[in-house]
Ligand binder design. Structure first.
Ligand SMILES: [Ca+2]
Ligand SMILES: [Ca+2]
Ligand SMILES: [Ca+2]
Ligand SMILES: [Ca+2]
Length: 265
């Protein structure tokens, strides 16, 4: 700051002082020269401008003075890292949905300004199953998911700003994706073909054997039935246990062949 005084001698000897706006004593002024000196590190995120009032006073009694305002705008430096709005996300998703299905959205904020606060999201470890929109933080599938291969997966997502130098979030956010079951796999019999023996002349309801099927899905109930026409055998639809309906006569027929079916309705 500089002021002039047309008087010579003490009346022209100017003293400078700050009389207002000096928040936290962040500035001082050289009383003789008027140089304003920065006393503290300024933080734009705390206060982004100062309106400092400076008085110039001559050195006689009574003194004459003038005041002036010095406005200081605090420029941004990239001194803050992006902060996650939440550190853990979890989302369930049906298996088999097409690629590019939205899973969830992560979000972070950065209290700096401009490019120092412009954010870019990315997966800490690239995944073949998911991708992230680096601008919006939305996470999408890259392919249909198969619960029978993978019931859940946890993604680590990072975010960085575009300041100079760039700053990363202190830690990744985790996104846990649970894959929900769809009845998309047919049941299969184990141990086929079945060969059972049963003695003749046994009463109706005699146990013949057991058909057993497996289904990797967790939903759907297995229902057993006999497909081909037979009046001699019964299958329990729930257990797959096969029993006789009639007493069998080996001399009449020694071999019975029939098909059983299982459904996962
Ligand atoms: Ca800043
Ligand atoms: Ca920043
Ligand atoms: Ca399934
Ligand atoms: Ca099934």
């Amino acid at each position: 700051m500089f002021a002039s005084d047309a008087d010579a001698g003490p009346a022209g000897d100017i003293r400078y002082s700050i009389i207002g706006g000096n928040v936290d004593g962040s500035f001082s002024i050289n009383a003789q020269t008027g140089d304003v000196i920065l006393m503290n590190r300024l933080d734009r995120e705390t206060l982004d401008f100062y309106d400092i009032v400076i008085r110039a006073e001559d050195n006689v009694v009574p003194s004459r003075s003038a005041t002036a305002h010095l406005t200081v705008y605090v420029g941004d430096s990239n001194d803050n890292s992006p902060q996650w709005s939440q550190l853990q996300y979890s989302q369930s998703l049906l298996e088999g949905l097409p690629a590019n299905t939205v899973v969830t959205q992560v979000s972070a904020t950065d209290i700096d300004l401009g490019m120092n606060a412009k954010l870019q999201y990315y997966l800490a470890t690239p995944s073949q199953y998911f991708w992230i929109n680096q601008t919006t933080g939305q996470i999408y599938t890259s392919m249909p998911l198969d619960r029978e291969q993978m019931e859940s997966i946890t993604l680590n997502v990072m975010v960085r700003d575009l300041g100079n130098p760039q700053r990363n979030s202190a830690q990744p956010a985790t996104v846990m994706v649970t894959v929900l079951d769809v009845n998309d796999t047919p049941p299969t019999f184990t141990g086929i073909p079945y060969n059972f023996e049963v003695a003749e002349n046994r009463p109706s309801g005699t146990s013949v054997g057991q058909a057993t099927a497996q289904d990797p899905d967790t939903i759907g109930t297995l229902v057993y039935s006999i497909l081909s026409q037979t009046s001699n055998f019964f299958i329990d639809s729930t257990t797959g246990r096969i029993t006789t309906i009639n007493s069998l006569d080996r001399e009449q027929l020694s071999n019975y062949e029939f098909e059983v079916q299982v459904t996962d309705g």
